[in-house]
Design a protein around this ligand. Structure first.
Ligand SMILES: Cc1cc2nc3c(=O)[nH]c(=O)nc-3n(C[C@H](O)[C@H](O)[C@H](O)COP(=O)(O)O)c2cc1C
Length: 316
């Protein structure tokens, strides 16, 4: 009953514009946490979400990391899945039609390790045309052309990649950023100047766990990424600081959202829309539940549209 009421409020609050992409509501799945396909369709109505963001795709099939790939952490989880995937071409043929038959609005995520690899994936996605609503560019990848480091930590390389992807894309391009750097606002500014119509903030935080009984690292890859409630305040801060620096850019907030109030908090910090990741591992219908709960909170706050909620903390 409460969820039904939340669903009604969700409808009455209307849609949002995320960097040129009109979504029926601001709630999306986070890349990598709902598969490449319709894995979660049996748990929630994908067509009623703002969008389904699929796991990041490479320009060819990619095997990912050795297991174990996930491990529980205090207030969250660690993962080093290693971007396993079927490749863009196979995904367009095998998975996109199934997402379409569920009525999902689809955002395709891509990854690479060089400008050229991102370009290859973006060029392959041209075949999908407007069957995808946006490309989200996962920049949290090793930079094979630099001496070392992660692309998302380097404003210049991140900007080059976004500019190259925008030049090939027929749909809006969102840049997914990392908070494992004190330069996140600078990176956001650079990718915005390079053509990204939105920034997705943020990917996982670098971490590691060691099993003291075996003195071995808990994940097959060694290190991994921390996600879930533990990272939520980091994501809220990152969204807040980017909103202060870039009042007009569209921001998609992601990190540790596990309740409707977490989502509303992220929007008050400056996010126009949000994504739900780790919460889906505990409850596969988390994105839909959170959407309904957030709509109930917004209604209780007297909001008649999401614009009343977005950036509310900056109105003081
Ligand atoms: C198992 C797992 C796999 C992920 N895979 C991807 C991925 O393929 N691409 C990506 O951009 N982010 C990926 N992420 C990061 C999430 O999309 C999200 O940015 C991050 O986990 C923070 O949100 P959360 O705390 O709600 O999970 C992954 C996260 C997890 C837990």
């Amino acid at each position: 009953m409460t969820r039904q009421r939340g669903a009604r409020y969700l409808e009455s609050l209307g849609g949002v514009n995320v960097g040129g992409v009109l979504l029926a509501n601001p709630f999306m799945t986070a890349s990598g946490t709902s598969g490449h396909d319709v894995e979660l369709a049996g748990y929630m109505p994908l067509r009623r979400l703002g969008a389904v963001v699929v796991k990041s795709l490479f320009h060819e099939p990619w095997p990912g990391n050795p297991s174990p790939r996930v491990h529980v952490a205090a207030s969250g989880m660690m993962n080093a899945v290693g971007l396993q995937g079927p490749g863009v071409v196979s995904w367009i043929h095998e998975s996109l039609p199934k997402l379409e038959s569920e009525g999902a609005v689809v955002v395709a995520s891509i990854w690479g390790r060089t400008v050229h690899e991102y370009v290859l994936a973006a060029e392959q996605l041209v075949a999908a045309g407007d069957r995808i609503s946006a490309i989200e560019v996962n920049l949290s990848c090793p930079n094979l052309e630099g001496r070392s480091g992660i692309i998302a930590h380097d404003p210049s390389v991140a900007g080059q990649i976004i500019s190259a992807v925008c030049a090939r894309s027929q749909v809006p391009v969102w840049a997914k950023l990392s908070a494992n750097t004190d330069r996140i606002v600078e990176v956001a500014t650079t990718v915005s100047d390079a053509g990204a119509s939105a920034v997705t903030v943020m990917n996982t935080m670098l971490g590691m766990q060691i099993d003291v009984r075996t003195s071995r690292r808990s994940l097959g890859n060694g290190g991994g990424g921390l996600s879930g409630p533990a990272v939520h305040p980091i994501a809220v801060r990152a969204v807040h600081d980017i909103r202060v620096a870039l009042p007009r850019i569209a921001i998609v907030g992601v990190g540790g959202i596990a309740s409707g109030d977490d989502a509303v908090e992220m929007m008050m910090a400056g996010a126009n829309a949000v994504q739900v990741g780790t919460a889906s591992f505990a409850r596969p219908d988390a994105t839909w539940r959170i959407a309904c709960a957030a709509a109930s909170r917004a209604h209780a706050l007297g909001a008649s549209s999401w614009s009343t909620i977005v950036s509310a903390v900056h109105q003081d």
